[in-house]
Ligand binder design. Structure first.
Ligand SMILES: [Zn+2]
Length: 311
């Protein structure tokens, strides 16, 4: 699906030729464009982040704030960027250009990526409206995240080395009993499958409680986001926040366009999302109807990670 928040590799190459910019210069030049897409109605402080994936694709990230909710529900631009990359199956990020210095929360969030210390970051400056703050960055202007966060607390402090980290392939092997699926109207089946696929990609190694939310907007488009945990817990991204990232990145307009939401999570999960999802939806999309469908460890696996158990 085409998105203004993702630039495909071929387009990155053609933009480079057209503008005569190196890929890293192009990354920096796109920061004002990303920043213009931010939605911070509380602070009016816009942040734009642009990341280069190992695939050669470029991803945008912006900050989101939600009036009526605690500030802790805000999505930071770097979180948006990483969630957007994860949504599109990107395996790693190598460079990030961002309009302002990454905050402590984001430095910690980024540690969920195995190669985090090696990711190179360029701070373009916040006074730019036309990309002129850093007009000609070279590789030396990028600094590794290890520079921003030299003494790292992260996944390696809590997990075995072979546990998949953020952006790495995983299948949480969750399934939904057909009896649970039948609790939803037939027209919600696509929403349920999207939520289950996203739950199976959820990065929740600390709680063992993966989850995801799928949203359907007016016109029928579906947007799903996976819960992302952080070793330090608080910088994680709730599944409803991740789904709102998918909505914005996928070209969604006002949140009032969201008509239907489905959360998939394990029954009796120690870390449960239902209450937070209900709270956020009541504030950002009050007319949206909401259902929870409980999943369980999968009995039979299909290739797409979205099995419905027939029991
Ligand atoms: Zn931040």
């Amino acid at each position: 699906m085409a998105s203004v928040f993702v630039i495909e590799r071929e387009e990155v190459e053609s933009l480079g030729k057209k503008t005569r910019l190196t890929t890293l210069q192009l990354l920096a030049s796109l920061v004002p464009q990303a920043k213009s897409k931010a939605r911070p109605p509380v602070s009016n402080y816009r942040v734009g982040a642009v990341g280069l994936g190992a695939s050669g694709r470029i991803f945008f990230g912006v900050n989101l704030e939600f009036p009526g909710l605690p500030l802790s529900q805000s999505v930071h631009a770097e979180q948006f960027l990483v969630a957007n990359a994860a949504l599109h199956g990107e395996s790693a990020l190598t460079h990030i250009a961002v309009s302002t210095t990454p905050c402590g929360h984001c430095r910690q969030f980024l540690q969920e990526i195995r190669s985090a210390p090696e990711i190179s970051v360029l701070v373009t400056g916040d006074g730019d409206t036309d990309g002129s703050a850093h007009p000609d960055p070279g590789p030396d202007d990028f600094r590794r995240i290890a520079f921003f966060l030299p003494h790292r607390f992260g996944p390696r402090d809590l997990l075995h080395g072979d546990v998949p980290l953020l952006l790495e392939n995983r299948n949480n092997r969750l399934a939904i009993a057909s009896s649970a699926a039948d609790s939803l109207p037939v027209e919600d089946r696509d929403l349920l499958h999207s939520a289950l696929r996203a739950a199976n990609r959820s990065h929740a190694p600390y709680s063992g409680c993966p989850s995801a939310v799928a949203l359907r907007a007016k016109g029928g488009r579906v947007f799903a986001g996976s819960y992302i945990e952080s070793a330090a817990h608080n910088p994680g991204l709730h599944p409803i926040q991740a789904a709102l990232v998918a909505f914005v990145a996928g070209g969604g307009g006002g949140y009032e366009e969201i008509e239907r939401a489905v959360l998939v999570e394990r029954k009796g999960a120690v870390v449960a999302q239902e209450g937070v999802v209900r709270l956020v939806l009541a504030s950002v999309a009050p007319t949206c109807s909401f259902s929870v469908v409980h999943c369980q460890p999968q009995i039979s696996v299909d290739g797409d990670g979205d099995a419905l158990n027939h029991n």
